[in-house]
Design a protein around this ligand. Sequence first.
Ligand SMILES: C[S@@+](CC[C@H](N)C(=O)[O-])C[C@H]1O[C@@H](n2cnc3c(N)ncnc32)[C@H](O)[C@@H]1O
Length: 457
Amino acid sequence: MELPKPFLTKMEELLKGEFPSFLDSYNQPKNSGLRANSLKISSQELSEKLPYLKDQIPWCSDGFYYDDEKYRPAKHPYYYAGLYYIQEPSAMLPAELLDVQPYDKVLDLCAAPGGKSLQLAAKLNNTGLLVVNDINERRSKILLKNIERYGVKNILVLNESPQNIAQYFQSFFDKILVDAPCSGEGMFRKDPQMIKVWSEEEVNKYVHWQREILSWIPKLIKPGGTVVYSTCTFSPEENEFQVNNFLKSYPQFSLEKSQRIWPHLAKGEGHFVSVLKDTRDISPASSQDKNSYTLDKQSLDALKDFSMDIWKDPSFIFSLLPDNGFLVERKGHILWENKDLPSLKGLKVLRSGFLLGTIQKGRFKPSQALAMAINKDQCQKGVQIVHLNSNNEKDLNLAIRYLKGETISLEGIKWPKGWHLISIDHYPLGWAKSSDLWLKNEYPPGWKYEEGEMKNG
Ligand SMILES: C[S@@+](CC[C@H](N)C(=O)[O-])C[C@H]1O[C@@H](n2cnc3c(N)ncnc32)[C@H](O)[C@@H]1O
């Protein structure tokens, strides 16, 4: 691997005696990891299901190393069920250090494709509020898909500039993650393409962008809140110098800790993380309320009819909703939204809350997000559920065929009318609609099995 000369000179100055072992790390294989999605499965249950997950990642209790030469976790239906996220091990550190607590209001400002957002979501466990944003439209759509696949409900997905967000959410967030765009020096081993685009000018360009993004943080954070700033690069200009500059400009913040993961010292590609605390007096936490429903009777009845089909219980569907929100219909879309959101008029919103489905000709059509938000217990309680077993070769193939968009039939089975939830080992994959001997595939085209997945951060 040929690394840029100015980069090597800089690293030698920085690392001094450690430089040879840093350099040698480029001759070692890269580290690969995945993280159990605790909204759906515990890390212990996951490691029992995937015995190749042996070594835990020291700084993330839900994270595991795996050998990516031997195993392809992104090819298993469990991946499509949102049971785990494939994530570079050191990228699991920033969200851990933000120390998110249930009921917090959390912002992930540079979030796509969403690895750290999902980690934050797991900590909130569908309480409080998670606002995720990315300035890049294409990437923010992938972020939305990931949010929905992993069963996150207390969500707002934005495609905005930090400046616009700061106008709507002043002193709003208890915790903010700024996983900044950076020159990506810690990605060289994982993605050699990054080497080609690296230059000192690039580093300077990122320094400027990072400073601009950080300048909106004092407006967004609640008094007493916590901010984590992170990058996957080594240059001090983008890390320690950036943080020092921020502390000088905004004396209300103090530095709690800074941590680096170096590839020659730990099993990770490299990361920098700083924890910054707003030292003003803490503002009181907002109260949590029960849900309310602002749907008209026709839509509410359509929702109950659907719940009756799937669970033989008209109100079961309401047990899937988090607290502190309301059900609302927006242009035929039935959403659960968090009560504490300000008016979002004028912001580029990809999703405000949990999309249950749409009303079409007076009938309820469930969304993919609804399927993915049903947990194992809730799935087992259903009646119109197709339970596939991953230990059975035939079922496993059927699950993959379903994920590829094929119509499904099972010998000798005549399906009752209406919607059916397809699941693997009781973990939902998506919807299908019966037509006697067949189940018409309702898996969204953009989610299909063959689709190349974006590199995860
Ligand atoms: C390091 S990546 C984020 C990785 C992500 N946190 C994860 O864990 O999957 C940085 C992201 O910042 C976004 N970005 C760049 N400039 C931005 C800005 N001014 N405001 C918000 N996002 C920005 C990029 O589009 C990119 O997706």
